[in-house]
Design a protein around this ligand. Structure first.
Ligand code: HEC
Length: 223
C-alpha cells in the first residue's frame, strides 16, 4: 500500500481525537481527564504507527520485495528504461541468460552476492567510490556500474572477453593494465573468486529501483 506522510498524520490525529472523545465521554473541555486521555492515546497511537512503519520499511528493503531485486536477478539480463510517468529511468529485468555460464539457485546467488558485499567492504571500495550516492567522490558511482556501456564497447575487446561479466572480472583484477580515464584504479589484489562475487554484487545492485539515481545515467556522455 502506498501512502504519504500527510495521510498518516491526518489518520493519526483523527484516530487520537475519536478514541480520546470516546474515553472521555461527559468530561468537560477543560477537565484534566480529557487531556490526560489525549496524551495517553496519542502516545499509544504514535507508538503503533512507528512500529507499523518500521515493519513496513523492513519488508520493503528485503531482497525480492518491491524495489530490491531478488538475489537470482544475477541470472537475468538487466536494462534501464525511461519511465515517462515517474520521469526517470527504472531497471527492467529481462531474460534468464545465466551468470558466468551458469544459473544460480536462490541460495547460491545469495551467498555469492553477499560474498561480493563483504569483499567490497574488505577492500574499502567506498574510499574512492559511492554506492547509492554513499561514499567518496574520487571515482565514479558504482550503483549502475554493471550497466555502463563501456564494458561492451571498450573493455570486452581490450581484455579479450566474450561476456560482460568476464570483462568486468578481468578488468577488476587488474585495472592499472587497462586505464580508461585520468585517474587509475589500483590493483587491489582480488582473487578470481572475489572478483566474480564483486561482479555479482554490482550486477544485483544495478537492478535496484533507486528513484532514478544516479540521474541521467548513461544518457549524457558517451565515453
Ligand atoms: C584508490 C581508489 C579506488 C579504490 C579503492 C577502488 N576504485 Fe574502482 N575505480 C577507481 C578509479 C579512479 C576508477 C576509474 C578508472 C579508469 O577510468 O580507468 C575506478 C573504476 C571502477 C569501475 C568502473 C566504473 C564504471 O562505471 O564503469 C568499477 C566497476 C570499480 N572501479 C569497482 C571497484 C571495486 C569493486 C572496488 C573495491 C574492490 C574499487 N573499485 C576500489 C578508483 C578506486
Amino acid at each position: 500500500m502506498d501512502y504519504t506522510w500527510i495521510e498518516i498524520t491526518v489518520a493519526a490525529i483523527f484516530l487520537t481525537a475519536i478514541v480520546t472523545a470516546v474515553l472521555s465521554r461527559g468530561a468537560g473541555w477543560l477537565s484534566w481527564h480529557l487531556w490526560r486521555n489525549a496524551m495517553l492515546v496519542s502516545s499509544v497511537v504514535m507508538t503503533g504507527i512507528l512500529l507499523w512503519l518500521s515493519w513496513d520499511t523492513v519488508n520493503r528493503v528485503r531482497p525480492g520485495a518491491g524495489r530490491i531485486p531478488p538475489w537470482t536477478v544475477i541470472n537475468h539480463e538487466i536494462g534501464l528504461k525511461w519511465d515517462p510517468e515517474r520521469r526517470w529511468q527504472v531497471p527492467v529485468i529481462g531474460e534468464e541468460t545465466g551468470f558466468f555460464g551458469k544459473i544460480y539457485t536462490p541460495e547460491e546467488a545469495k551467498a555469492l552476492v553477499n560474498k561480493g558485499k563483504i569483499t567490497f567492504q574488505s577492500r574499502n571500495c567506498m574510499e574512492c567510490h559511492t554506492l547509492l550516492g554513499n561514499g567518496a567522490y574520487y571515482a565514479p558511482d558504482l550503483t549502475r556500474a554493471w550497466l555502463d556501456p563501456w564494458w561492451e564497447s571498450r573493455i570486452m575487446p581490450m581484455v579479450g572477453a566474450e561476456t560482460r561479466e568476464e570483462a568486468m572480472k578481468r578488468w577488476l583484477m587488474n585495472p592499472p593494465q587497462y586505464p580508461q580515464g585520468q585517474r587509475i584504479m589500483p590493483n587491489l589484489g582480488l582473487t578470481d573468486e572475489e572478483a566474480t562475487a564483486l561482479v555479482a554484487f554490482l550486477k544485483w545492485m544495478s537492478a535496484i529501483d533507486t528513484n532514478g539515481f544516479p540521474p541521467h545515467f548513461g544518457m549524457m556522455t558517451p565515453r
